[in-house]
Design a protein around this ligand. Structure first.
Ligand code: ZN
Ligand code: ZN
Length: 586
């Protein structure tokens, strides 16, 4: 396009040419023409140039600023356009500065200005300025404008004030789909999944239009908490309402199904996706990996390469994870090498982590230790913990004690470290070291992460912590636990007590184990779920050795399939066996 060759006098033609610009070069040519034609101060043309530079072309907001500076009396639309451009740029602070300049120049803000400034403040997490803008909003009577309120809600959420955001949400006279979506994903970002799902239920009852963003974030929440029924509902809603299943939504369903333990459904969605990008492939490979289907993960990785999709760093993490969780030592080493030599990736900590895990699981603790020492990047606490766990399993006592010292130096306040270290000392019978650690924990006020397990029942997620007594059906749950304990004893289950943090006597230990959160969740599921249905539990920590053994037995005593997703992987308990082949305990 070369506008100088044509004689253009019609302003609307110039405007439409500006709208068609895809590069800043084209835009500059038109601007040059406008200046030569003596139209430099035309409001409509200047506004169009600004919109094109600041918004359509996005990355050219600095150029937009130049155009703006040449304008004698920028109007509110021009100020807003530039503020909007900066709000989503790499320098959102300039949006805030411009807003202040605008007020100083005597131009009064409108609801658009405030919505754009809020977007900038959100990207900067600037709470105090946000509160001042909130006051402005109330003063100017924009307190009922949906985009402004949506912006405010987002800001409160980003700054961690979820309750205040909810307060605003509740007081909105009218809401659009974005309002619901912001609040639901806001809860999810703050680990308040139950609140997010409760709000989604309310959204459905309110007959609000549910868009693909909301569906994708609800699917992600379902995956996180293992709410399979609701996840299925999201899937059928998409089908029934002819919502376009793009690659983002498709991938979120693949991820949801695999995290909810239904690998088959994940595969069906994956296979029916029209377009699959590297994220979709990686999600499916990751699904196979956490379910312990290492060979299938590698086959899929092969298909992905044949389909000419270039892997990324996440793909390799999932491939290596698949190898380590299925004990595929040679394949793991092969892919680790090919990642560097064939694809030119420098391994990151996650990749090294998978390799350390792989060596540890194959029992080669010395190789894992050597590998960590030769790594070009510094190992983090997670890697040392992996190694320490295998030192405990394979009884590398001296190495274990060395690592405990290193670990507590790297991460002196990590609750996990103290628990693991205590368990290592406990397994060696070094009770004095255990009690030293405990007093150290008290001194440093270390808090260990509390374990919880959840199950979904009638679209509601029930969460239990160890020894939980807060459930409304508490009495029945504890009676069920008693029955389970008796049956376990009858089939000869002896509690493995070495994983207990402190040296309490054996009977007390046994009690503490029997009340681990996953036991409560399973007891509740046995009480309330229909006879044939699969029991699906999500746990935030790893399943301990004793619960693992007990769940295997429970699956055969009650003839139920129990699927537990712990922090690391899935365990499918069926007929007295687990799909992980007890790898998790290494
Ligand atoms: Zn346990
Ligand atoms: Zn298992």
């Amino acid at each position: 396009m070369n506008p100088t060759k044509a004689v253009i006098q019609d302003k609307s033609l110039l405007v439409s040419l500006i709208k068609k610009c895809t590069t800043s070069r084209d835009l500059k040519l038109i601007q040059a023409y406008i200046i030569r034609a003596g139209l430099a101060h035309d409001t409509i043309l200047t506004s169009s140039l600004l919109v094109a530079a600041a918004i359509t072309l996005r990355r050219h907001v600095a150029y937009a600023h130049c155009i703006f500076s040449w304008t004698h009396h920028p109007n509110i639309f021009m100020w807003n356009t530039l503020i909007r451009g900066y709000s989503v740029s790499n320098s959102p602070t300039r949006a805030v500065t411009l807003y202040k300049d605008m007020l100083l120049s005597g131009i009064s803000s409108n609801s658009f200005t405030l919505a754009f400034v809020l977007k900038a403040l959100c990207n900067l997490s600037m709470f105090e300025e946000g509160r001042m803008v909130h006051c402005q909003i109330l003063k100017k009577g924009f307190g009922f404008e949906i985009p402004v309120l949506n912006g405010l809600m987002k800001l409160y959420i980003v700054c961690g004030y979820v309750e205040s955001a909810r307060h605003l949400f509740d007081r909105m006279r009218e809401r659009d789909t974005a309002s619901w979506s912001i609040m639901i994903s806001g809860y999810a970002q703050n680990d308040m999944e139950s609140e997010a799902l409760a709000l989604f239920k309310y959204m459905r009852e309110d007959s609000a239009y549910i868009d693909e963003f909301t569906l994708a974030s609800v699917a992600a929440i379902c995956g996180h908490v293992g709410a399979l029924d609701l996840g299925r509902w999201v899937h059928s809603y998409i089908n029934l309402n002819n919502i376009k299943m793009d690659v983002v939504l498709g991938t979120s369903l693949v991820d949801m199904y695999s995290k909810c333990g239904s690998l088959n459904d994940a595969l069906i969605v994956f296979q029916t996706m029209v377009k699959r990008d590297v994220t979709a492939w990686s999600a499916m490979i990751g699904g196979y990996a956490v379910h312990g289907c290492g060979h299938k993960a590698l086959e899929l990785f092969d298909s992905m390469r044949k389909a000419n999709v270039y892997p990324n760093s996440v793909t390799f993490t999932n491939v290596l994870f698949a190898c380590s969780h299925s004990g595929l030592l040679d394949e793991g080493c092969k892919h680790f090498d090919s990642m560097q030599l064939e694809y030119g990736f420098s391994p990151e900590l996650e990749h090294y982590g998978c390799m350390v895990d792989l060596f540890c699981r194959s029992g080669d603790v010395t190789r894992a230790y050597e590998f960590i020492r030769k790594m070009p990047i510094t190992a983090n606490a997670v890697l040392w913990r992996t190694l320490l766990t295998s030192c405990k399993t394979y009884e590398y006592k001296e190495l274990g004690e060395c690592i405990i010292r290193d670990l507590l130096e790297i991460e002196p306040c990590g609750g996990d470290n103290f628990v693991l270290a205590s368990n290592v000392y406990a397994s060696l019978g070094k009770w004095s070291s255990v009690s030293n650690l405990r007093s150290l924990m008290k001194d440093k006020q270390v808090k260990k992460e509390h374990g919880w397990s959840s199950i979904e029942l009638d679209f509601t997620v029930h969460r239990f912590v160890m020894g939980d007594k807060s459930h409304p059906e508490n009495d029945e749950i504890y009676q069920m636990l008693d029955r389970i304990a008796r049956k376990l004893k009858q089939v000869g289950h002896i509690a493995t007590t070495t994983d207990v943090l402190h040296d309490i006597d054996d009977e007390e230990k046994e009690n503490a184990l029997g009340l681990h959160s996953e036991r409560l969740a399973v007891a509740y599921a046995l009480l309330r779920l229909p006879k044939e249905s699969t029991i699906r539990v999500v746990k935030n920590l790893r399943v301990c050795r004793d619960c693992h053994a007990a769940l295997k037995l429970i699956s055969s005593i009650y003839k139920r399939v129990i699927i537990v997703r712990d922090r690391v992987r899935f365990h499918h308990f069926q007929e007295g066996k687990c799909s992980c082949n007890d790898y998790c305990l290494h």
